[in-house]
Structure formats: C-alpha cells, structure tokens
Design a protein around this ligand. Structure first.
Ligand code: AMP
Ligand code: ZN
Length: 465
C-alpha cells in the first residue's frame, strides 16, 4: 500500500514497524460543542484507513484523543456556569452519538488529556532535563531553537519561521518561537499539581504524551486535518523526539478541508453545519458517502446538492443489495453458465480495482467507482434463471467492499411479517388471476411505505425511502 507522507511530500510504500500490526494516532475533537461536518471528514476517512488495514489482515491499534481541557472548554464552562468536566462529559457522549450515525467506529482507545496528567508532566520534565524546556513564572516553554530539526514537517527551517513569526512582546518567553508546554493557573481555572506549581498543559503536549503511552515512542501513522500540520504536529515532533531521542512517527497523513464557497468550514468563521443540523435533513450515511466521494487530500466543497447526490448513490447501493437478496431467493443450485462465469470474473476484477484504488493512498473516489461497476453487472443477472454460486460470489464481493468504506450500515431486516403476509396473499391472488384483489393488495403494501415491482421472477418488494 502506498501512503502520501506529508513529511517527505511523496507517496511511499507502507512498511509497518511490527509485522502484521499498525499503530495509528488521530487527533480528535475538542469536546466543547457538537462537531461539524468539516470535523467529520478526518473521523470518516481515518476510520476507513483503519478498516482497510483490517481488511488486509493487520491488527490495528487506533487511538483518537479527546481534548478535554483548553481555553475553549473553560470559556464554554464559564458561559454555562458549569464545570469543564461537565462540558467534556456531555460532548464526549454526543460525539459517540454522531460518530455512530456516521458509521465511525469507536477507536481502540479514546484517551483524554485530563486523565493523562502524570504522563504529560513526566514528558515535560524529560524535556527540561534535556535542556529543551524552561520554566518561567509557573509556565513552562519549549526552547524551539534548541531543537535543530524544528520545521521538518512543515518544510521550513528556523530562519524562515523566525522571519515569518510576529515579534510578540512576551517577556515570559526566551524567544518568540517558543511555545507553552504548561500554563500556570489563572484565577478560576481548573488546575493540576506539577513541579512548577498548579497549572494545566498546553495543547500540543497532550498528543505527544498520549500517543506514545498507547503506541510506543515510535509508531506507524499519525493523522489529522491539514490545519494541524503547523504548529500542532510540528510541535508534537519537537516534544516527542526531544524527550525520547528517537524518531516519532513514520507516516504523516493529513486530510484536505471541507469548504463552503471555497472557504474552510470552521467554528470560528461561523460558516459551519453541525452533524446534528445535517441529520435533520439527510441520512448521515449520505454524509459519509459524500465525504468518501473525493480523495481525502483534495478540498471538498459542501453543498446540499452534493449531499442529495450522495444520498441517491447510496440508495443505488441499497437497491443492489436488495436485488442480490431477491436473486438469492430465486436462485437454483445449478452450475454457473457462461454469462454467470463472466459475472464472477467481473466480481474479481471489481475487487482488484477497488484494492488498487485503496492501495493508492486511499483513493476512495475510485474505489466507489469500482463498486458501481459491480452494481451494473448485478442488475444484468437474470432473476428468472440464476445460479446461487454466481449470486453468492456477487454478494460477497459487493458487501466486502461496502464494508471497508463503512457503507450499507442499515441492517437487512427483511420485510415486516405483516407486509410479508400481504405479499404472500397477493402472490396467491395473482395465481388465481384475481387482479382486483391483487391491485388492492398492491395499494395496501405501497401505502405502508414499500416499493413493489412485478417482475418475471415474481414480486420485488423493498422499503421506500
Ligand atoms: P478541532 O476540534 O477543531 O481540533 O478539529 C478536529 C479535527 O477536524 C482536526 O483533525 C481538524 O484538522 C479537522 N478539521 C477541522 N475543520 C475542518 C474542515 N473544514 N475540513 C476538514 N477537516 C477539518
Ligand atoms: Zn493532536
């Protein structure tokens, strides 16, 4: 598999540190509010990354943190007259509600910053011991110039960064490039004990401390939105390698932005839709389909038409699944004929195309096209005379691919017994050429929200949308 590594700015063949295993760390949400559909993009694409590694037989450890202490959390708690812990608890719960509806599986571990103070403090201490950090009136700062490879991820050297930096008049820092590892407590803020007095961690250090806690000092893949490249991930490298003396991450993956009118969707600009908002209008699985319709590194423009389009593509996948079940019901145990052998070859070809697309830096757009090629073939099978072996091969290939993308998450629950009884009665009426009764039953079935089609192989019934 090839992965575009943001560090080297090229596609590289993925080689795991431990044979058959992959460790992935994804920067998760700050839990002060519902998340928006821009935030949903990394959650969805890196969930697919994880699923694809599993499909390929890897054992995956997928870690995604919750930032449960920072300025935004404190502001929100003050606005609502409650505690930061209360806000975190509430929005972590809500995260799981939305994630589930988007088909994003829970990570192997969801570490929270406030539950890893010991590891955070130990790492800061190590940086001080290594001469890379200094205390200043209860704050602790990272001494950027003491880490010569600073800028390796964003592709800038210290001089570039220095000339680009605004000269801040901060007498607490030795240098404007230095960043906070620990912040001394301000009145009314939650705080933890540390060797430098009461305070709380800076944002970047939590990801260094938690990723290495669960994945080791050096691990395979670190991902997040591309806005995190600098300074967040750059600082993570400086902190972690500065503390451990080892390389931090082998592959860096960054998703492109979800835009509205070609501008990044973000809470601060106010141009966002929460996943909750969208759920009022659309099936959230359509948001997943929409997100995966583009390559994860490309920008993706949000519009209602695009979501509606994704919804109808998704609908075509559900229809194909229903068709496969319909075919299976009608199938016989005979050997596949020539046309069906060609169909089975098409199943293999579409799976190969799917895997080639996914192996090429997770090209979900092409992977979806491969699935639709198979959908066209499925509809060519003759329901009046079909071999079970061929349909089964089709179903396996089709569902296997959909599952990697986390699509078709609605269960195949068959027809309600009540509807099934009407369908059976109608089959009998048709046999008896009682067309009047047959039409009455059809109207009744439709009125219950089902779509009914009479085909040469019998009645085809599915839930309408
Ligand atoms: P935040 O809660 O803002 O730290 O964001 C959580 C994740 O969403 C991070 O990986 C961000 O890079 C990512 N993200 C935020 N806004 C967007 C956007 N408009 N498009 C894609 N990813 C985003
Ligand atoms: Zn992070």
């Amino acid at each position: 598999m090839q992965i575009y590594n943001s560090m080297t700015r090229k596609k590289e063949v993925f080689k795991p540190i431990h044979e058959g295993k992959v460790g992935i760390y994804a920067c998760g949400p700050t839990v002060y509010n519902f998340f928006h559909i821009g935030n949903a993009r990394p959650f969805i694409v890196f969930d697919v990354l994880r699923r694809y590694f599993e499909y390929k037989g890897y054992e995956v450890t997928f870690v995604q943190n919750f930032t449960d202490i920072d300025d935004k959390m404190i502001r929100r708690a003050n606005e609502e007259g409650t505690t930061v812990a209360d806000i975190a608890e509430r929005y972590i719960k809500e995260y799981f509600v939305d994630a589930k509806a988007l088909g994003v599986r829970p990570a192997t571990v969801h570490p929270r910053a406030t539950e890893h103070m010991a590891q955070i403090i130990a790492m800061i201490q190590k940086l001080m011991d290594n001469g890379l950090a200094y205390e200043s009136r209860g704050d602790v700062y990272y001494r950027v110039k003491a880490f010569p490879s600073y800028g390796c991820l964003c592709g800038q050297n210290l001089e570039d960064l220095e000339s680009g930096a605004r000269v801040s008049v901060d007498e607490l820092k030795e240098d404007p490039l230095d960043f906070a590892l620990w912040k001394a407590q301000k009145p009314g803020e939650p705080a933890w004990e540390s060797p430098w007095g009461m305070g709380r961690p800076g944002w970047h250090i939590e990801c260094s401390a938690m990723s290495t806690t669960y994945l080791g000092d050096t691990f395979d893949i670190h991902c997040g939105g591309k806005d995190l490249l600098f300074p967040h991930h750059e600082n993570e490298i400086a902190q972690t390698s500065g503390a451990t003396g080892k390389p931090y991450v082998n592959y860096w993956m960054h998703n492109g932005f979800l835009n509205i009118d070609n501008e990044k969707m973000s809470k601060s600009k106010g141009n966002f839709f929460t996943v909750r908002d969208i759920a009022k209008e659309y099936d959230l699985e359509a948001v997943r389909m929409f997100t995966l319709s583009a390559h994860y590194r490309s920008p993706l423009n949000f519009s209602r038409e695009m979501i509606a389009q994704a919804q109808s593509s998704l609908e075509r996948l559900y229809i194909a699944r229903d068709q496969l079940n319909f075919l299976l019901n009608a199938a016989s145990d005979r050997q596949p004929n020539e046309a069906e052998q060609a169909f089975m070859a098409a199943c293999v070809a579409s799976k190969e195309k799917f895997e080639a697309a996914m192996d090429d830096d997770l090209n979900t757009a092409d992977a979806i096209s491969a699935i639709f090629e198979l959908v066209r073939e499925i509809h060519r099978l003759d329901a009046t005379n079909v071999s079970r072996e061929a349909v089964t091969a089709g179903k396996e290939a089709f569902l296997g691919m959909a599952d990697v993308l986390g699509l078709l998450m609605k269960k195949e629950d068959g027809l309600d017994p009540e509807v099934q009884a009407l369908v059976d009665e109608r089959a009998q009426a048709r046999k008896n050429k009682d067309w009047k009764r047959s039409d009455e039953l059809r109207d009744q079935i439709k009125a219950m929200g089902y779509i009914l089609e009479d085909t040469a192989a019998g009645q085809k019934v599915r839930k309408g949308v």
